[in-house]
Design a protein around this ligand. Structure first.
Ligand code: SF4
Length: 466
């Protein structure tokens, strides 16, 4: 806990090589999460087994659910001579013992550094007859020294297109839409599908971790839970009339690949977190469905507006610090601006080209007073220094569990959002996308402010009605 306390607010800490408490993690965990969104799929980590154990355990700690995956369990020998024998043995064992429909192989920094050719190994497995009839192995190269966990998620999602999606050659299906939801919680994926269906369209959603990482307790352990996008549904993505990719970093590459492979027109847009971003999502669907929005959705939107009006007196001028994944941060910042709040400090450890531009567009006139940083030194240490150094600090923290140390040190309320959330339970059941999701975020923010007000109020100002 003291890690973040070892510099004082007035120390100017210039760093180029040292990352302290990063605001990202490595690619393979993203690929593993995406692969769990494929029905009857076993993610497989091609590398040494420590990576797989770490990534499974982090997913389990976030979801409080089993997160299944295999590993090639490299030894020193495979590190020198290559991991082909390990992967061939793994493919044979996995199909014999666990019987998934798909093995989704991702790589670690070890197998990437030695340069294993995974497609060639998979070909060798097919030649040796190690793939039972109807089964498949897909793969994504996920070097952990490039990008972040979001990059791994994007690459595995794109692999689903590369390996599975096909155009049947028939006319595109007019009311079928590909929905690539990005790195969001299972409840978000359910909510997005619900909205698309309400708009009279049939969503082909992938990856889809709803029904996988929010499974009910039945007393029986299901190695492969009921949820996840089926191979057949992803195959039919090649016949859809449009692709909506939510979040350019996590979903953009798959949408572009679908366009290149099957000529599906695509729209890549921000995650629909908050009123404006959800409006854009619904308007896009309205273009596709021929121009209608059902009353149910209009009612949900009206509720958000009503809440914003009722709560506005508490939001106006309040400041927040945000950290996490770029796709999430851009939409969250826009939501705060809509509430007349100021996202004063924003950091993401995920590198990338367009983040500053996207944040600049969202911040608009506020950009001057806000600090945004990206890359390996844009970490929790950096964020904490900014907060410590500002005489007004900030009124609110929004981000993953790692922010709890700053929250405690600086006595600032924290709303847990993003990945990972390791110290709370049940968050995967509550969407933060769409109008319903916006009502939840609004309630969380207001609760944080009013709890603080109650806690700090003098006896004479301790109000019953607020
Ligand atoms: S950084 Fe490399 S060694 Fe560490 S968990 Fe990620 S893939 Fe494994």
């Amino acid at each position: 806990m003291t890690l973040l306390r070892h510099t004082s607010a007035d120390q100017d800490v210039q760093r180029e090589a040292l990352t302290v408490n990063p605001a990202k993690t490595c690619q393979p965990i993203g690929a593993m999460y995406a692969a769990l969104g494929l029905h009857r799929c076993l993610p497989h980590s091609h590398g040494s087994q420590g990576c797989c154990a770490y990534h499974r355990s982090t997913l389990s700690r976030h979801y409080k659910e089993p997160a299944m995956a295999g590993t090639s369990s490299f030894t020193e020998g495979s590190s020198v001579f290559g991991g082909q024998a390990n992967l061939l043995a793994a493919i044979e064992n996995i199909f014999t013992v666990y019987n998934p429909d798909v093995i989704a192989v991702h790589t670690t920094c070890l197998s990437e550094t030695i340069g294993d050719d995974v497609p060639q190994i998979v070909e060798a497995a097919i030649d040796k007859g190690l793939l039972p009839e109807g089964k498949m192995v897909i793969h994504a190269n996920t070097p952990s020294y490039v990008g972040s966990h979001t990059t791994g998620f994007a690459t595995m999602t794109k692999a689903m297109v590369d390996y599975i999606a096909q155009s049947s050659g028939a006319e595109k299906i007019r009311d079928q839409v590909n929905l690539i939801p990005g790195w969001v919680e299972p409840a978000d994926m359910s909510e997005l599908k619900r909205l698309v269906k309400l708009m009279g369209l049939d969503p082909v959603t992938f990856p889809d971790t709803s029904g996988v990482l929010d499974s009910p307790q039945t007393g029986i352990h299901e190695m492969f839970p009921a949820g996840g996008a089926t191979v057949d549904s992803i195959r039919s993505a090649g016949d859809s009339c449009h692709t909506i990719a939510l979040g350019p970093i996590c979903s953009g590459p798959a949408a572009k690949a679908l366009f290149a492979k099957c000529q599906i027109p695509q729209t890549t847009m921000p995650l629909p977190i908050g009123l404006k971003a959800t409006d854009r999502f619904i308007m896009k669907l309205r273009e596709i469905n021929g121009g209608f929005v059902p009353d149910e959705i209009m009612t949900e939107r009206g509720r958000v507006l009503d809440l914003m009006t009722d709560m506005h007196q508490y939001f106006y001028g309040k400041t927040a610090a945000l950290w996490g994944d770029p796709d999430q941060l851009v939409s969250l910042a826009e939501l705060l601006i809509t509430l007349d709040m100021i996202p004063k400090f924003v950091v993401t450890g995920t590198p990338g080209k367009k983040f500053y531009k996207r944040m600049g567009e969202v911040l608009g006139d506020h950009a001057q007073g806000c600090k945004v940083d990206q890359g390996s030194c844009a970490d929790m240490f950096q964020l904490h220094q900014w907060i410590k150094s500002d005489p007004d600090k900030v009124d609110l923290l929004i981000g993953n569990t790692y922010g709890k140390y700053i929250a405690r040190d600086e006595d600032i309320p924290l709303i847990r959002h993003g990945f990972p959330i390791l110290d709370r339970i049940g968050h995967q059941h509550f969407a933060t996308v769409g109008y319903r999701g916006a009502t939840r975020i609004l309630e969380q923010i207001l609760d944080a402010f009013l709890d603080r007000q109650d806690r700090d109020a003098p006896e004479s100002g301790f109000e019953l009605v607020m």
